[in-house]
Ligand binder design. Sequence first.
Ligand code: TGC
Ligand code: FAD
Length: 391
Amino acid sequence: METSSLEALTALETLLSPDEIMIRDTARKFVADRVLPGIAVHFEMQTFPDEIIPQLGEMGWLGAHIHGYGCAGVNAVAYGLLLQELEYGDSGLRSFVSVQGSLAMYAIYRFGSEEQKKRWLPRMAAAQTIGCFGLTEPDSGSDPASLRASARTVSDGFLLNGAKTWITNAPIADLAVVWAKLDGDKPEDIRGFLVERGTPGFETAAIKMKMSMRASHTGEIVLSDCLVPEENLLAQSKGLGAPLACLNQARLGIAWGAVGAAKACFHSTIEYSKSRIQFGVPIASKQLVQDQLVDMASELVKADLMNLHFSRLRDQGRLTHYQVSMAKKNSVGQALRIARMARAIHGANGISLEYPPIRHMLNLESVYTYEGTNEIHSLIIGRALTGLDAF
Ligand code: TGC
Ligand code: FAD
């Protein structure tokens, strides 16, 4: 009987260039060889595979969508395909690459001086400097306009005070992009600052006891009279629009990435349901199981096509931030549904790290919340559709 793989069903390759396919396949092999064999143990032990960080730099995957300054300058589709393959491995790995490239490096690329770009971007692309992006605070999550971190102009620079929490890579970062209000308390006063590890008054601490994103460094940043030199201000960043512009970059990558996590769950479910015998036949021969497989496959095809279309628009400079919200919300919401269905079809084995669904399902709970929660993206799209602010 003729059967079809998910890839054959989507036929995405018919819409990709040879370069895009090459990047995807290279990342796929890397994940199969270097990530999948050990990732479940990392998740269980709550460690990140730090040994692959230099390799991510050697492959040219850090800030891969940035042009110049030692970065690869690939298009939005190739970047998305790369992130999808990485998240097929684990959301923690894609998070590492997103935060380094789409948030920390992009903030410098977009809002930094020529000197700052030349100083930091080549090192960050090569994984010699690890960055993080500090926007969220204990009392300021979905509403970043309310952030309280402050910067005060002093004779030799800026004095930073405040706290950031739930910051990916903070515990290992050499350089933190910190968003704080400069000499005022209004959203328009928000500016980006580069805070180097070792600066007195800059401390980080790891957040433990996570049941999601266990293979990822997550932490807090505390700033206590932290003196940042004048040359470390991202001078072009003014107001809340600056960090939100960085989020536009990362959110599209997350849309692609979440589909990778869901594909890993789907592939495992196809294999498992064909080999698991109950009532004398494979459970895949049951209509209720097939209906779920079809549901999963259809959503994966739709998500790939939406992400591809929106990424082509980005490459043409025509993508809006509410389209980005739609892609993020759709991909992550469907990925989480698919991971939960996959977990259930694996039965009791579905709760074991021997199989990928439970790990992806738990990770996707974070992805559902970060970079704008599922609800916040509804409100962004709703405002675009109606012109009415429901925040
Ligand atoms: P609002 O009045 O809508 O906007 C304020 C100003 O910003 C402009 N703007 C944008 N600019 C660029 N891109 C966007 N997406 C933008 N959205 C808005 C807007 O035009 C305005 O500019 P101006 O010049 O007129 O002042 O602001 P609001 O206060 O009503 O709130 C907007 C809202 C809720 C959409 C926004 O605050 C939001 O997106 N909240 C969610 C917060 C969030 O996503 N945090 C993420 C933290 S980083 C993270 O999670 C990293 S996880 C990484 C990983 O591990 O992978
Ligand atoms: P809240 O904003 O308190 O939201 C709680 C609930 O209320 C949510 O369900 C939300 O949708 C709902 N809600 C809020 N406002 C409304 C409204 N107006 N209408 C309806 N419902 C609403 N942040 C960074 O800055 N940098 C990072 O690198 C980073 N990495 C992260 C890594 C992980 C693993 C996690 C879990 C988070 C990370 N974050 C990071 C933080 C993340 O961006 C925030 O958690 C997110 O923005 C939501 O904020 P909150 O957790 O404070 O939730």
